[in-house]
Ligand binder design. Sequence first.
Ligand SMILES: Cc1cc2nc3c(=O)[nH]c(=O)nc-3n(C[C@H](O)[C@H](O)[C@H](O)COP(=O)(O)OP(=O)(O)OC[C@H]3O[C@@H](n4cnc5c(N)ncnc54)[C@H](O)[C@@H]3O)c2cc1C
Length: 458
Amino acid sequence: MSAGSWPPKDSGKPHLVIIGGGFGGLTLARKLRRAPVYITLIDKANHHLFQPLLYQVATASLSPGHIAMPLRAIFRSQKNVRVLMNRVAEIVAGEKKVRLVSGDEFTYDRLVIATGARHSYFAHPEWEKNAPGLKSLADALRIRQKILATFERAEMLLAVAQGSAEVRAGKDAIDARSVAQGSAEVRAGTDTAELKKLLTFVIVGGGPTGVELAGSIAEIAHHTLRKEFRSIDPHTTRVILVEGGDHLLMAFPGALGKSAEETLKKLGVEVRTKSIVKNVMYDGVYIGDELISSANIFWAAGNTASTVLSTLGTRLDAAGRAVVGSDLSLSEYPEISVIGDAAHCVDHASGKPLPGVAPVAIQQGQYLSRKIAAELKGKKIGDFRYWDKGSMATIGRGRAVAKVGKLQFSGMLAWLMWSFIHVLYLVGFRNRFAVMVLWMYSYITNSRTVRLITSDDL
Ligand SMILES: Cc1cc2nc3c(=O)[nH]c(=O)nc-3n(C[C@H](O)[C@H](O)[C@H](O)COP(=O)(O)OP(=O)(O)OC[C@H]3O[C@@H](n4cnc5c(N)ncnc54)[C@H](O)[C@@H]3O)c2cc1C
């Protein structure tokens, strides 16, 4: 199949194909709304996803609809964009074609690859089934289901054990006091490996996502679920955060990493720095030589770029990202640009590769829109320059760390900054308003509103 009537035959305008409607691709397509170009935006998902708040879906604070918006709705009134939902399998750069998994092909005049990144399991892809990571809405819902269901399973285990003790006690016609004693013994007896395993959460990776997940799970266990169970005590839940480096949040200054560690410890999280995960099984994880039994292992360490980049035959770095020049294009194919998490782009100021964060993808999308618009007029613009506005990570309710220029903040002020910026960047007024109201409600009541287990598969 060809691109058909897109662009219209008599338009005389070029065809820009953008793969990926994340931060980079979305920004680029929106900024080109007045440019004389027809855009095909291809994404395997039907929505733009605000990944920085994914952990809030995974930990029952927000619903998927709060942090994602259908791409079709976003571009409803932008007439030079058409959205196609499919996965790009291959780029045939020599023929200026992209090939989809469906087998269909589209030709382009200009191509922008903004396919983001996936988790990397350090050459152990088999660990993924035992330690899900957090990248998509499906991942977040799977993790939410696992967290909520694990407490239900633990409650059931103990309730059944207590029930059978009472039946035994009734048969023996012993008095109420000995029933209580019997239950206590059973409770002690069943506070066994299985219960401990259920109530142990291990999060691998002490970057922002790991810190956010660990803090939120500890809050759920130690605050939200308090008083809601009759047999288990969620407060006994162990939350272990494992990091290979010597402090958490390695991309932040050491002092902020230490501050995050202190805050997590106060929330009841066991922080293990300088610790390497050697193996991940379905019911436990080896940290060095120590086996920790756990039914809940989550992965927040390492990224690898989309496999579609390997079909380009261009230079990739160790994380699978395409090495781009200072104008974000590929040296072999100047009509192809790569942006965001998929690109290895060297920062002009530090000489180091830019990090995989949303502001990099957004600024690269903005830059490329200016570059493409200028080229359409036969003009050129200078190289891409990243403006680092700072970085921040939240640790829990009212707690965060932030670095803005040389200034460093932690605690409530950092959390307010974090909340404000995240709401500001959410797509859609309805989402911004809903998230703001929900956060205020959760802050005041210390509750989580989205605690429904929607799968029958307990
Ligand atoms: C849990 C989590 C928390 C984060 N927290 C922060 C944070 O607090 N601050 C921050 O700045 N950054 C954060 N990030 C990183 C940030 O989200 C990324 O840097 C940013 O999303 C990169 O934008 P992108 O456009 O390159 O890719 P993405 O936003 O990942 O978008 C890629 C798009 O490409 C699509 N796609 C991928 N492969 C294909 C294919 N073969 N065919 C068709 N479509 C495809 C995907 O469906 C997706 O829509 C976080 C990331 C995660 C996962």
